[in-house]
Design a binder for this molecule. Structure first.
Ligand SMILES: Nc1ncnc2c1ncn2[C@@H]1O[C@H](COP(=O)(O)OP(=O)(O)OP(=O)(O)O)[C@@H](O)[C@H]1O
Length: 293
């Protein structure tokens, strides 16, 4: 599918198929097109080209039938009501909602049921938003950066909640900036940038496909010229005072650096999703920023 805003190709021929029961992370830098993709999928935003089918039909129908629950970035909560009042209100808009007790339990809100919605911490409020997404007993839940701005404990609590929903055979699609989160909680990671799918696979597959490790050293007064031809080196990047060498054979690269007297403050990293992600998106030139974490 495609979506253009003026001369910005927010979504540019993105092609994605997600099967029932999958837990999928959309991972991409700022401005990659994740929110635009999600909003088009949910029928909230018209698409310019291509086709979107949800459960075999156009998105609006699946939404009307209560098959989809969503938690979007700007989800306000009605103040001055209790959690259970709010959940019951939303339950009332569906034909076959989940029982209140089950929603509260799944979202770990049972003990907070009578607490006012405007008296919650960020993490608790996020679990209420998740509870509202659950209310209609959807087959698919779509979450746009659900854990942004949450501390580590709140993030873990929310994930426990979402994992319980996914474990019942439901489908979960979420966008995130956190590589570790995508790796830990999604069985499948779809890396998108500039509105296209750059990679699609398990965390392990992505790491494997990127291969290589990164050897970095202090550059000192040495020129960066010549490093590209060192044994094993496939890519060279200077960042500040350090030079980062992507290599297919870290041992060989390090021993060569040692022999030539370049071994200053050496660090070998790699095999990580973060490196895979940066390697995938670093070749992109536009004004898109990289993810901050
Ligand atoms: N309403 C709009 N009008 C103009 N440009 C837009 C609009 N919405 C999004 N864009 C542009 O489309 C591109 C994709 O934006 P989108 O919000 O989908 O990215 P994202 O991957 O969700 O980013 P983030 O992680 O920062 O939320 C960006 O370049 C953005 O500036």
């Amino acid at each position: 599918m495609t979506k253009t805003y003026g001369n910005v190709h927010a979504v540019n021929g993105l092609d994605l198929e997600i099967g029932r029961g999958e837990t999928v992370a959309l991972l991409g830098p700022n401005g990659a097109g994740k929110s635009t993709t999600i909003n088009m999928m949910l029928g909230l935003l018209p698409h310019d080209g291509g086709e979107i089918r949800l459960f075999g039909n156009e998105p609006g129908r699946a939404v009307r039938e209560g098959k989809i629950g969503a938690m979007l970035q700007e989800g306000g909560l009605i103040p001055r009501v209790t959690i259970q009042e709010l959940i019951n209100f939303v339950r009332g808009t569906y034909e076959a909602p989940l029982p209140l007790g089950e929603i509260l339990e799944t979202a770990q809100l049972t003990k907070l049921a009578t607490r006012r919605v405007d008296k919650l911490s960020g993490g608790q409020a996020q679990r209420v938003r998740f509870a509202l997404a659950l209310a209609g007993n959807p087959d698919l839940i779509v979450l746009d950066e659900p854990t942004a701005a949450l501390d580590i404990q709140s993030r873990r609590d929310l994930w426990t909640t979402m994992a319980a929903y996914a474990a019942r055979g439901n489908t979960l699609l979420f966008s995130t900036h956190y590589m570790e989160e995508a790796d830990e909680y999604a069985k499948r990671i779809v890396v998108i940038a500039q509105g296209k799918v750059l990679a699609d696979g398990t965390g392990a597959e992505l790491k494997r496909s990127m291969g290589g490790k990164i050897v970095s050293i202090d550059l000192g007064d040495t020129s960066a010229d010549g490093f590209a031809t060192l044994p094993g080196v496939t890519e060279v990047e200077v960042r500040g005072a350090r030079i980062h060498l992507t290599t297919s054979d870290a041992d060989l690269t390090v021993t060569t650096l040692a022999r030539t007297g370049h071994l200053r403050n050496v660090e070998v990293s790699g095999g990580g999703l973060e490196e895979a992600f940066l390697a995938l998106t670093s070749g992109l030139n536009a004004d898109h920023q990289r993810s901050g974490s």
